[in-house]
Design a protein around this ligand. Structure first.
Ligand code: NAD
Ligand code: LMR
Length: 334
């Protein structure tokens, strides 16, 4: 009975599937964490030749997981094949930074990956394709992919700032001695970089203003620094960049996009339509609800002078990164 009524599998392509985040994400996707316990998935693992063994090893272990929802596993080394018919593309494959680097230092090494992938998505993905860029610098890599996929609606290209959002919620809960479930209204604005603005202006903890609970000195001072530099803190402590928390955030992002957020909002890097004074086209983090398979930016939040300056600084960095990749010829002229 159930087999006859089972929905068609959703095809998910994971690039860099032989790497660390790929390994942490694949098993959870196969287990149903992304689309729920009734939705089969078909996995496509896209790697470069040097990474194929890692993807093959993951595929062997996926078989050994005997996941009832896993309809198929395919491995490829060309974007054209890897994105053929894909509904959800997780663009992870790229080099991570090491201690002492900023994420933007990766633009030269990683930027060139995302143009060809954008073009392959444009040509070969399913009509409803949704794209999440994880590889750093994620926002500008997403811009490169999006600008190389002119036939795909721009709003289908997103970048991951859910990890920053989750960090902001987790660290706030720890400080306040509260439960994560009691926190709402946190926003990450801008770039997935140290200029990001974790904003507690509209956040509440069990209905009380979060800035009243934790105090403005911390909430608009050390807290912002801690969240914005958490990636570097992880690199220092672990000796390598975040993996399981990044995979978890990517799954949270796609799950919310597909299934909806309800009343709560989260933080998503989306192509700007000009809301909150963010220049049109930049892929910047904003507060958003997911409704009917699309993101809707939360409207009408009051932005005070402190927040305005923080948002503007991060957006200015995104504009500079855009100009840099335009000068490198990675995005077509407008
Ligand atoms: P990793 O080195 O373990 O794995 C990367 C994999 O990508 C490798 O297997 C490599 O062979 C593959 N790859 C490289 N170029 C490719 C291409 N053109 N096509 C397909 N695959 C390709 O790295 P990781 O720890 O998995 O991190 C991946 C990326 O995610 C890095 O850029 C890292 O900085 C970024 N990251 C982003 C966030 C975020 O919040 N946005 C969080 C953590 C990590
Ligand atoms: C993170 O935020 O953990 C990732 O972007 C990895 C990094 O380089 O910080």
């Amino acid at each position: 009975m159930t087999a006859m009524n089972a929905p068609q599998p959703i095809t998910v392509t994971v690039t860099g599937a032989g790497g660390q985040i790929g390994y942490a994400a694949l098993f959870r996707i196969a287990s149903g964490a992304m689309f729920g316990a009734d939705q089969p998935v078909a996995l496509r693992l896209l790697e470069i030749p040097q990474g194929v063994k890692g993807a093959e090893g993951a595929a062997l272990e996926l078989i050994d997981g005997a996941f009832p929802l896993l309809a198929s596993i395919d491995i490829s080394t060309t974007p054209d094949e890897g994105f053929a018919g894909t509904n959800v593309a997780l663009l992870v494959g790229s080099r991570p930074r090491t201690a002492g680097m900023e994420r933007a230092d990766l633009l030269a090494a990683n930027g060139a990956i995302f143009g060809p992938q954008g073009r392959a998505i444009n040509e070969h993905a399913a009509d409803d394709v949704r794209v999440l860029v994880v590889g750093n610098p994620a926002n500008t890599n997403a811009l490169i992919a999006q600008r190389n996929a002119p036939d795909v609606p721009a709003e289908r290209f997103t970048a991951l700032t859910r990890l920053d959002h989750n960090r902001a919620v987790g660290l706030l809960a720890e400080r306040a001695g509260a439960r994560v479930a009691d926190i709402s209204g946190v926003t990450i604005w801008g770039n997935h970089s140290t200029t990001q603005y974790p904003d507690l202006s509209h956040a509440t903890i069990s209905g009380r203003a979060a800035l009243d609970v934790v105090g403005e000195t911390w909430g608009r001072g050390a807290y912002i620094e801690r969240v914005a530099n958490r990636g570097a803190e992880i690199i220092e402590v672990r000796g390598g960049s975040s993996v399981a928390s990044a995979a978890n955030a990517a799954i949270d992002h796609v799950r919310d996009w597909a299934l909806g957020t309800g009343e709560a909002w989260t933080s998503v890097s989306l192509p700007s339509t000009g809301a909150y004074g963010i220049p049109e086209g930049l892929i910047a983090s904003v507060p958003a609800h997911a409704v009917d398979g699309g993101w809707r930016v939360v409207e009408g939040l009051e932005i005070d002078a402190f927040s305005r300056a923080k948002i503007d600084a991060s957006v200015a960095e995104l504009a500079a990164e855009r100009d840099q990749v335009a000068a490198m010829g990675l995005i077509p002229a407008e």
